[in-house]
Design a protein around this ligand. Structure first.
Ligand SMILES: [Zn+2]
Length: 269
């Protein structure tokens, strides 16, 4: 309080403490009003929920993927075959990427979460879904240098306004303290939606659709990459992306998705 007499200084501090008390009271009241006006809703069914995320009913319906699973593809096993045992798929048809991890099995609740994020501008879902992914992908993230989201073609990005994989990658990058690179990998030609296509058609549809831009190859060369997508169905999209990253001399490519399709027969080894 330079330049103020002692009594002026005391008055100023009384004013400030009164102001602080008023502000605290106002904040408390406005927070209570907001709680009444905007109750937290379940991210899947939109029913009011105490706390954040999904309600108890939706939570119980989600199938979180936990060990034992195939070390390579992340496909859950129905019983533990012991360390290092791979699924039949990993042996018969190994992908270009090294390992894949997923937070949940793709089912009705997972589908509603993905659709909300993808088509209904529910960007508020990204922290919850990204948080689950960071936990499920801890082993691949621990050894990663850079996180790369699967890119949208610019035309689709324009109509949908933002890239859902990019939103998830941002959250995962913050939680795992890893760099996110959303510009190196590009979709160089527009592709048909993968929905409704057979496994072979999906692979053909995305073949050569991705590339690392020539001027960004230094961002990928010798780096251990974790590729982020929302859903893994046949794996054709992430496989095409992994090939593009490996052509740009990435040291390795792992995949982390929110949900993966698990056919019941696949879970048997
Ligand atoms: Zn719910």
């Amino acid at each position: 309080m330079d330049g103020l007499a002692p009594d002026q200084s005391a008055a100023a501090s009384r004013v400030r403490s009164t102001f602080d008390a008023c502000r605290a009271a106002f904040t408390a009241v406005s927070r209570r009003v907001l709680d009444i006006a905007l109750p937290t809703l379940c991210v899947a069914c939109r029913e009011p929920v105490s706390g954040e995320g999904v309600c108890a009913t939706c939570w119980a319906k989600l199938s979180f993927i936990a060990p034992p699973f195939c070390e390579r593809l992340g496909i859950p096993f129905v019983y533990d075959p012991g360390p290092g045992i791979l699924s039949m798929e990993a042996i018969a048809d190994p992908p270009a990427y090294h390992r894949a991890r997923a937070a949940v099995r793709y089912d009705d609740v997972a589908r509603s979460l993905v659709h909300g994020l993808k088509y209904q501008d529910r960007t508020d879902l990204a922290p919850t879904l990204g948080g689950w992914m960071a936990l499920a992908g801890k082993d691949v993230l621990d050894g990663a240098d850079v996180i790369v989201p699967v890119p949208l073609h610019w035309r689709r990005g324009w109509s949908r306004r933002y890239n859902q994989s990019g939103a998830l990658a941002t959250v995962i990058g913050q939680l795992s303290r890893r760099q996110v690179n959303g510009t190196a990998l590009r979709r160089v030609r527009s592709t048909q939606q993968q929905v409704g296509l057979s496994r072979t058609e999906r692979a053909r549809n995305v073949q050569g659709a991705f590339a690392v831009a020539a001027e960004r190859k230094a961002d990928i060369r010798d780096r251990r990459v974790v590729l982020i997508d929302d859903v893994l169905t046949s794996g054709a999209t992430v496989d095409a992306c992994a090939r593009a990253l490996l052509r740009a001399k990435a040291a390795s490519v792992d995949v982390l998705v929110f949900a993966r399709v698990v056919e019941s027969a696949r879970s048997l080894i």
